[in-house]
Design a protein around this ligand. Structure first.
Ligand SMILES: [Zn+2]
Length: 388
């Protein structure tokens, strides 16, 4: 789904526009196109060990980009704060790192770095967030990729589940996989077709004609005794009928841009329990990681277990801990944006190359930092519970 929000949100877009390319670049990286796109986006001068703890305004790069900005980018965002450094205090908090499946480890030395006051607006905690025990969580990567190897198989990192692309679009209830018009879309699992047609008459999203030509599958297996639905939106062709049983990898339709879509892409949605817009989950905790890749998921909550919504999470890839590799935002605090039943995450990044990473975030003047390892085919889960 791609729908612009009203233009009053434009300043937000501009503030973060450089990061748009940084995030888009992860796709290029996955395709082996990598290059300096990442480098410029978040390069932060010649600081010896830049991080939030340097009080550098990490989300507003200070370098002059050498790559061509996107059409919506402004070339010279200015830092919004230059706080005075105060001595940092390192205290232990309840950050834990848990890797799913057989190896579950608690991080021995999580850190909280207190910094001086700055001009960052004070964050207000949202609703109580579900907090299932990640040590008991089970991965459920049941879904194959809905696009074959000839196409783009990774979701657009700029507009992930539960976010609004820095205020640019409506809150996202799925993920977008950008491909050329006519690219075949494939069944992700053994499933029954429950909807095949359009949403012109039957509301499947927030309003009629939202997803255009669409298919909804119901998996033949259940999850915690609940049905699991997978929705394919904006198709140019639908090649199955309701009641049909499909097999993973079977072509069922083609990528298009029907309904509300700015360009051809597959909008993929996972719904648990009921087939409606309020029961979505993050599809990237369902799509099987590709070889050599793993998943980061986590929960950023306050001391009372309330969600910190729409907060940047900075990700550094070892050994380059001096530049931001990727940035994600915690989910918006909306009643129809849901955490995974097993994990209870409110942020995640899928399709990360295996290896060592550092995660940092900042809540009301304190920096929270955690080193994590991403393992092949697994979810590495991080809990960051703030002290306030
Ligand atoms: Zn979408």
């Amino acid at each position: 789904m791609y729908r612009r929000r009203d233009s009053s949100r434009l300043p937000i877009l501009l503030t973060f526009s450089l990061l748009a390319l940084a995030l888009a670049s992860v796709v290029a990286l996955r395709l082996g196109l990598l290059p300096g796109v990442i480098a410029w986006a978040n390069e932060r001068a010649a600081r010896p060990a830049p991080s939030y703890a340097d009080a550098a305004p990490a989300i507003t790069p200070t370098d002059t980009p050498t790559a061509t900005p996107s059409p919506t980018a402004t070339p010279s965002p200015t830092p919004t704060d230059t706080p005075t450094l105060t001595p940092t205090a390192i205290v232990t908090t309840t950050i834990v790192t848990i890797t799913s499946q057989l190896e579950k480890t608690l991080s021995p030395q999580p850190t909280v770095l207190a910094t001086g006051p700055d001009s960052t607006p004070m964050l207000v905690p949202g609703r109580p967030w579900p907090t299932p025990d990640p040590a008991a969580a089970q991965d459920h990567y049941w879904l194959e990729r809905p696009i074959g190897p000839g196409g783009q198989i990774y979701a657009n990192a700029w507009y992930p589940y539960g976010t609004d692309a820095r205020g640019q679009y409506l809150p996202h209830h799925g993920v977008d996989i950008v491909n050329e018009e006519g690219t075949p879309v494939l069944a992700v699992a053994e499933a029954e077709v429950v909807i095949a047609g359009t949403d012109a008459e039957h509301v499947v999203g927030p309003e009629p004609n939202f997803y255009g030509n669409l298919i909804v599958l119901r998996l033949l297996r259940t999850y915690h005794d609940q049905p699991v639905f997978v929705l394919y939106g904006h198709l140019s062709e639908v090649n199955v009928q309701p009641g049909e049983i499909v097999q993973p990898g079977q072509p069922i339709g083609r990528v298009g841009m029907t309904g509300i879509a700015l360009g051809p892409h597959l909008h993929l949605e996972v719904r648990v329990g009921q087939n409606d817009y309020a029961h979505t989950r993050n599809p990237e905790l369902w799509l099987k990681p590709t070889p050599g890749y793993g998943t980061l998921a986590g929960r950023l909550i306050n001391a009372e277990g309330r969600t910190w919504a729409n907060v940047p999470i900075l990700i550094y890839q070892a050994p380059r801990l001096d530049r931001i590799w990727q940035q994600v935002y915690t989910y918006l605090d909306l009643p129809d944006i849901n955490p995974d039943d097993d994990w209870g995450e409110n942020f995640m990044l899928a399709d990360m190359p295996v290896g060592q990473y550092r995660i940092e975030t900042k809540v009301n003047g304190r920096i929270y930092r955690q080193d994590v390892e991403i393992k092949e085919g697994q979810t590495t889960f991080v809990i960051i519970q703030t002290v306030d």
